[in-house]
Design a binder for this molecule. Structure first.
Ligand code: ZN
Length: 429
C-alpha cells in the first residue's frame, strides 16, 4: 500500500450526496449564504434502537444529512447549524450517542477549498482559462469546450442541446475519430447537483485526456464519446456566487405561497417518477418537480440522449461523494435483466483504481431509493451498461488539491469501458 493511498484510506470520511428537506441557512438578498459556525458531526449507531433515536433527532431538528447509510456500525454525517448545536448535543447525550466533529466551521472549509486566482499570474491571455488546480466557473468550462472544438475540429464537436431555465446554453461535447453512424458510444455527464463541484472537474479532466493527450487516441477507436460536464448550469453558478451548498435547479416553485426554488433534476425523469426517495415538497432537496421533465435541463438532456440511444452502449453520471459505482435500479430493490454483465464490467473498472476503493453494487443496496433518477431512465430506454458514480472523498466542500488525484484515478476506468463498448454492435434503425 502506498503512503498516498494509506493517507486517503485512513483520513478521509466519505459523504453521500443525499440531503434531507431543510432550509436552515439565512442569506441576505444579494449576498452569499454564510455557513459560519455550521459543523459536520459524525455519529455511528450500533443498534437498531440507536439508529431509530438518531433519525428521530435528525427529523425533529430538520438536520441535513451529508452521509446516509442504512448499515449499523457505519457513521452517519449530519450538518448542524449553530443555533441548534446545544440542543442536539443534549439530545445525543440523552440517547447515549457519541459524535465526532468532522468539520468545525463549514464556512472556513468553504473559504479554503478553492485557491484564489492571482490576476497578474493568471492565464488571461491564454486561449482558455481551464486547469485542474481549482474549481472553475461556468464561463471557464464553456470557454474550454469552445477552445477544444476550435482547435481540434476533426475530433471535437460542441453541441448546444438546449437552454437552462435562466437562459444558459446546455453543451454536450462529441469526441470522435469516426464518421460512421455505426460507431458505439459512451455517454458521460456531471453536475446534476450544483454543489458537487468535483463532478465537473473530473468530467472536464476526462474530456482533456481524451482530446489533448495523444496517448489516449486509442480510446477513440470504434468508440464515440458524448460528454456533458454541466447538466445544471444555473444551480452550479448559484453555488459559486450565492449559496455554496445549493443542489437543485433554479426554477421557481409553482406553489404560490412557496418560498423555495428549484427541482432535484435527479428525481425529475420520466421513469418511475414520483416514487420512493423523492418528495412533493418544493422545499425538499429531493423535490421531484410538478411533473416529469418539468425542468428544461432534464428535458433537453433526455431528448438528446434519446436521439443517440440507438448507439449509446454505456452511460456514466458522476455525482459526489461516497466512492461508489451504482447500478440500476434506484427506484426499488430489484435489478435489471443484465445486472450480472453490468456488475462484472464495473468490477473490472474498479479494479483499475489505485488510490480509491469504490464499492460496486445496486443503488438501493449501496445508498437509498431515488425514483425518477437519470440512470434508471437511461436503463429504461435500453442503454446496456448504466452506472451512477459517487466520486470519493469527504462531503461537498473538498479542497481543490483533490481534483487531480480523484480525476487521474477515475480516468483509469475509461480503458475498461472503451474496450467493452468498442466490441458492441450498433444496429441502425
Ligand atoms: Zn448528486
Amino acid at each position: 500500500m502506498s503512503l498516498l493511498f494509506a493517507l486517503f484510506a485512513v483520513n478521509w470520511v466519505f459523504f453521500a450526496c443525499h440531503a434531507a428537506p431543510t432550509g436552515q441557512c439565512k442569506a441576505t438578498r444579494n449576498t452569499a449564504t454564510s455557513y459560519s459556525g455550521f459543523q459536520i458531526w459524525s455519529i455511528t449507531p450500533h443498534s437498531q434502537s440507536e439508529q431509530t433515536a438518531l433519525f428521530k433527532i435528525i427529523k425533529n431538528y430538520k438536520l441535513e444529512i451529508w452521509k446516509e447509510t442504512k448499515e449499523l456500525d457505519d457513521p452517519v454525517d449530519i450538518m448542524v447549524p449553530p443555533r441548534v448545536q446545544k440542543e442536539v448535543r443534549q439530545k445525543l447525550k440523552e440517547a447515549k450517542l457519541p459524535y465526532d466533529i468532522e468539520i468545525l466551521d463549514l464556512q472556513k472549509e468553504i473559504k479554503n477549498e478553492n485557491p484564489i486566482v492571482n490576476a497578474s499570474a493568471s492565464t488571461r491571455n491564454a486561449a482558455h482559462q481551464m486547469d485542474w488546480t481549482r474549481y472553475h466557473r461556468l464561463d471557464d468550462i464553456y470557454g474550454y469546450l469552445k477552445y477544444l472544438a476550435d482547435t481540434y475540429p476533426c475530433h471535437v464537436q460542441l453541441i448546444n442541446i438546449g437552454t437552462s431555465y435562466e437562459g444558459r446554453p446546455l453543451y454536450v461535447v462529441h469526441i470522435s475519430n469516426s464518421t460512421s453512424a455505426h460507431t458505439p458510444a459512451i455517454w458521460i455527464d456531471g453536475t446534476f447537483h450544483a454543489r458537487e463541484w468535483i463532478s465537473p472537474a473530473v468530467v472536464t479532466y476526462i474530456i482533456q485526456q481524451l482530446v489533448e493527450d495523444p496517448a489516449n487516441l486509442k480510446l477513440l477507436q470504434n468508440v464515440d464519446w458524448y460528454i456533458m460536464p454541466v447538466v445544471n448550469p444555473d444551480g452550479y453558478e448559484y453555488s459559486h456566487v450565492s449559496s455554496r451548498l445549493w443542489r437543485k435547479t433554479r426554477s421557481p416553485s409553482e406553489v404560490e405561497s412557496g418560498r423555495c426554488q428549484g427541482v432535484d433534476p435527479n428525481r425529475n425523469f420520466d421513469f418511475k417518477w414520483g416514487g420512493a426517495g423523492s418528495s412533493s415538497n418544493p422545499c425538499s432537496q429531493v423535490y421531484k418537480g410538478p411533473k416529469a421533465f418539468s425542468e428544461p435541463e432534464t428535458l433537453a438532456y433526455a431528448n438528446f440522449i434519446s436521439s443517440i440511444s440507438y448507439k449509446t452502449k454505456l452511460y456514466l453520471t458522476l455525482h459526489s461523494s461516497g466512492q461508489k459505482i451504482m447500478l440500476p435500479w434506484g427506484y426499488d430493490r430489484i435489478v435489471p435483466h443484465n445486472f450480472d454483465e453490468m456488475l462484472a464490467l464495473a468490477q473490472n473498472a474498479a479494479c483499475k483504481f489505485k488510490l480509491f476503493n469504490y464499492k460496486v453494487g445496486n443503488k438501493v443496496d449501496l445508498l437509498y431509493r431515488a425514483s425518477g433518477n437519470s440512470a434508471d431512465w437511461a436503463a429504461s430506454i435500453g442503454i446496456e451498461y448504466v452506472y451512477s458514480v459517487e466520486l470519493p472523498i469527504r462531503g461537498f466542500v473538498l479542497p481543490a488539491s483533490n481534483i487531480i488525484p480523484v480525476s487521474q484515478d477515475f480516468f483509469r476506468a475509461m480503458d475498461v469501458f472503451a474496450d467493452k463498448v468498442s466490441t458492441l454492435t450498433v444496429v441502425v434503425k
